[in-house]
Design a protein around this ligand. Structure first.
Ligand code: NI
Length: 139
């Protein structure tokens, strides 16, 4: 049976500040530059979620992307959109809100409910800017 990788894109806007409280102000500034500015900055993020599975021969889908979209909105977008990633988001508490850490945390939010559909979460891609994105494959 052929398999395919299918991807749903969602978007959210959020604020953050890259900062490790264990470092001095000078160290934070040296590591993170402007991203460490005290009073936050924001991004228009894109989130691309790719799942992998068999193509159902009777339907022609791996899985209905509308269902994937609903899971992403409920488990991720509703918690991130128009929020501050350092302060407001339960699944980012205690983490430096880098794009890497965000991708790993989003994976943890999505893995079980996507598995429950009988398909496999393959990649979480978080696009922070036009030029920068992170892909996480679950390891
Ligand atoms: Ni930033």
């Amino acid at each position: 049976m052929p398999t395919a990788y299918i991807t749903r894109r969602e978007r959210f806007c959020a604020a953050h500040r890259l900062f490790n409280p264990e470092f001095s102000e000078e160290q934070n500034a040296a590591i993170y530059g402007e991203c460490s500015n005290e009073h936050w900055h924001g991004h228009n993020f894109e989130l691309l979620v790719t799942v992998h599975g068999d193509i159902n021969p009777q339907i022609g889908y791996v899985v209905n992307l509308k269902t994937i979209s609903q899971i992403i909105k409920e488990r991720v977008i509703s918690k991130l959109d128009h929020r501050n990633l350092n302060v407001d988001v339960d699944f980012m508490q205690g983490k430096i809100p880098s794009t890497e850490n965000l991708a790993v945390a989003i994976w943890a939010q999505l893995d079980a409910p996507i598995k429950a559909l009988g398909v496999k979460l393959h990649c979480v891609r978080v696009q922070e800017t036009e030029n920068n994105y992170v892909e996480y494959f679950g390891d």
